[in-house]
Design a protein around this ligand. Structure first.
Ligand code: UD1
Length: 369
């Protein structure tokens, strides 16, 4: 059988890598990899293929940036002839980015089966583009691979038949577990101790007065410990508009980092402040305190069982939560190791490094070969 994987944006790469590896062990499966080109900078894409030891894509649709409609439409138009040409037995899509929903729509219209990896997550916030992508992709997918039991419940409530839902665990954690041994030491050339910050959601960074107020809080925290802030291209544009990139001596702005360097920074951080989805999960696994600057999360398990706190759009709360975490945190290497030992991975039983193997088994079984 032929499986065609579609990836496009940074958070897709660490999810697809273990599935590609697991399916490569199945002699009855041949694989093709399509990159939509949603992310195209070397630092947002190329370097991940190297570090995650992924095969180069068989095809790059090179769609680049645009409005949501432009980007989604460009992916659909460019992907359709690829699908018609290959006619795979299954298209695998990952996560919740525009590439995910665009590829799923094209596949479903051509009657090609779809597997969605990381199905069922819901923030219940339809102003998030990713929530729309998640809802639509799940409705038209045939195999729904979920990371945790709450995702199964979400899908059942939306009327999706139980037979389509497969609780397999967290593929992003598969990659983390495989590569964690390479992050034993703190990355060089960074101050220590430090808080690691990432912000890229339009709701945080496109609102310039709000962004400026967050920078003021970070700068203030920067008096107590270093603030290391790898900057997403969208955020960089906003910081340039504000003239803030060079005027904050307490914040160490940095270009986007490759996977291993970023994982090492998370592992050894005293605290992480973010609006990312995946980082809420990675910090949960690592036992690193995480403050999420959002009103909601599609990953409530990281709040219930992990180290994540939602601070919302509340600067006072962000400041107080950060100070509170720092009062209780040992930010050194020994701290990192003991934090990992204490993580709640036992209560997250399928975050065990083998989610992709389970996906591969289910795909082969479902194909009847
Ligand atoms: C996308 C995902 C988001 C994910 C994020 C991770 C959607 C709707 N959003 O958001 O869920 O958390 O990726 O990064 O799919 N840009 C570059 N170089 C690149 C890529 C982007 O300069 O390689 C700039 C462009 O100016 C572009 C902007 O970043 O307009 C946003 O890129 P886009 O892919 O539209 O969305 P992200 O914000 O990255």
């Amino acid at each position: 059988m032929e499986v065609l994987h579609v990836i496009g944006a940074r958070p897709n790469f660490m999810k697809a890598a273990p599935v590609l590896r697991a399916l490569a062990q199945k002699p009855q499966v041949s694989q093709k990899l399509v990159h939509t080109g949603q992310h195209y900078d070397a630092a947002m894409s190329g370097v991940f293929f190297q570090q995650l030891q992924m095969p180069q894509p068989d095809c790059n649709l090179e769609v680049g940036s645009g409005t949501h409609a432009q980007q989604t439409a460009a992916i659909m138009s460019a992907f359709e002839p690829v699908l018609l040409n290959h006619r795979p037995d299954l298209v695998l899509v990952y996560g919740d980015v525009n590439s995910t929903v665009a590829a799923a729509l094209v596949s479903s219209k051509l009657g090609i089966k779809i597997g969605h990896v990381e199905a069922g997550l819901r923030s219940r916030d339809r102003s998030m583009p990713e929530e729309i992508n998640r809802l639509l992709t799940d409705q038209i997918s045939d195999l729904l691979f979920t990371p945790s039991a709450d995702a199964d419940q979400n899908l059942l409530h939306e009327g999706i038949d139980r037979s389509r839902i497969h609780l397999v665990g967290n593929v992003m954690i598969d990659t983390l577990i495989r590569l964690l041994p390479q992050t034993a030491s703190k990355p060089q050339n960074f101050p220590s101790p430090y808080a690691l910050v990432t912000l890229h959601r339009p709701s945080n960074v496109d609102d310039l007065p709000w962004l400026q107020q967050m920078l003021a809080i970070l700068s203030d925290l920067g008096k107590d410990l270093a603030i290391v802030f790898p900057v997403h291209p969208r955020t960089r544009r906003r910081l340039e508009e504000l003239g803030s990139l060079h005027s904050n001596p307490n914040i160490h702005f940095h270009d986007p980092l490759p996977y291993l360097e970023f994982l090492a920074l998370q592992r050894h951080a005293a605290l992480v402040i973010t609006d990312s989805g995946g980082i809420q999960e990675e910090t949960t696994f690592l036992g690193v305190p995480c403050l999420t600057v959002r009103e909601n999360t599609e990953r409530p398990i990281t709040v219930d069982l992990g180290t994540n706190q939602l601070v919302g759009r509340n600067l006072q709360r962000l400041r107080e939560a950060a100070k509170e975490v720092l009062r209780h945190t040992a930010p050194d290497r020994a701290g990192a190791t003991s934090r990992e030992a204490q993580t709640k991975t036992k209560t997250l039983p399928l975050w065990d490094g083998q989610a992709a193997d389970r996906i591969a088994e289910i795909i082969v079984r479902a194909s009847g070969r």
